[in-house]
Write a protein that binds this ligand. Structure first.
Ligand SMILES: Nc1nc2c(ncn2[C@@H]2O[C@H](COP(=O)(O)OP(=O)(O)OP(=O)(O)O)[C@@H](O)[C@H]2O)c(=O)[nH]1
Ligand SMILES: [Mg+2]
Ligand SMILES: [Zn+2]
Length: 294
């Protein structure tokens, strides 16, 4: 376990980007991370591990992360999770209350100062394992895409990914199953971005654990039977890059909804999906695997 003492860090130095902030700052002036994370980390005397949820816009990051945090705080899978600071509960609350009203949460804004951040202490109860301090921001897919297209334009994303101890890469399995190459290309770009960011030497593979999560698998249940076979067949470019450059990758299938309805209104042209009931499948497993790798 890579835990490091943080006593040496000043209470105004941002944990994510190391910028010095004024003592009154609520958000870091450079990367918009809540300064409360830093105060909470200092109290714990451990440097938190950042786990990032990445993927294209509309892939389901906000829904996945909100549901996952909620499962953790309900002690799913023998996890014990303690939110550090009320700000950590906002994302989970927003997602759960939307789903309870049969709505999906809104799209995450591109501006980093409007993202939700969560800081949880997590451990397995039965094993009495050590606490892991987890920090996860809910990033916007469009900001990720902008950073991947032109590296260093979204410094906050660069810093976050650079400091992440583990990542969950969400991929839209439903789109791939329908024959779209878009999810494969986006995931390929994302991983090649990580590859050039991490790789010191070309021959060395990247060891950071990356869980590939095939989302919306309710549309293509064959994902659950064999997520690797699905990836090899439908996301072949991604599969090949993983094999060549990443040494610690696992593929999972996941779905949040049991059944969907579709609604339109008189004055709107588009169709809105309505989550009729939630049925969580494969949400905890990728996270469990990441925790075991840290
Ligand atoms: N069928 C199905 N649809 C889902 C599921 N999860 C999310 N969706 C759909 O995906 C849409 C986008 O989900 P979000 O979580 O907002 O996506 P996001 O990745 O956060 O997108 P950005 O905030 O733009 O980056 C939702 O509005 C739903 O329509 C799922 O498990 N099954
Ligand atoms: Mg979002
Ligand atoms: Zn910062």
């Amino acid at each position: 376990m890579k835990t490091k003492q943080v006593e040496t860090i000043s209470p105004t130095t941002c944990l994510i980007c190391e910028t010095n902030n004024s003592t009154e700052a609520v958000l870091c002036s450079e990367c918009c991370a809540p300064m409360a994370i830093l105060q909470d980390a200092i109290i714990q005397e451990r440097e938190p591990q950042i786990v990032s949820v990445i993927g294209e816009s509309n892939v389901g990051k906000t829904v996945y992360l909100g549901v996952l945090l909620d499962m953790l705080s309900q002690r799913a899978g023998d996890f014990e999770a303690v939110p550090k600071g009320a700000y950590s509960i906002d994302l989970q609350q927003a997602v759960i209350s939307h789903l309870a009203h049969r709505m999906f949460p809104p799209k995450t804004p591109m501006e980093a100062n409007q993202w939700y951040w969560a800081y949880y202490q997590v451990r397995r109860r039965a094993r009495r394992s050590a606490w892991v301090d987890l920090v996860t921001p809910d990033m916007a897919g469009e900001s990720l895409a902008a950073e991947v297209a032109t590296p260093m334009t979204f410094r906050v994303i660069h810093n976050l990914l650079n400091k992440s101890s583990g990542m969950l890469l969400l991929v839209d399995a439903a789109m791939s199953a329908n024959g779209s190459t878009q999810p494969d290309f986006f995931a390929l770009k994302m991983l090649s971005y990580l590859d050039s960011m991490y790789a010191a030497k070309r021959e060395q593979k990247i060891h950071t654990p990356i869980a590939i999560v095939l989302c919306k698998a309710d549309h293509c249940p064959e994902c659950f039977d064999d997520p690797e076979e699905f990836t090899q067949a439908n996301l072949n470019r991604l599969w090949n890059l993983c094999e060549s450059r990443f040494s610690n990758v696992r593929i999972f299938a996941s779905s949040v909804v049991g059944s969907l309805g579709y609604a339109t209104s008189e004055n709107e042209e588009y169709v809105t999906p309505i989550p009729l009931h939630t049925a969580l499948r494969g949400v905890l497993e990728p996270f469990e695997w990441i925790i075991d790798q840290l």
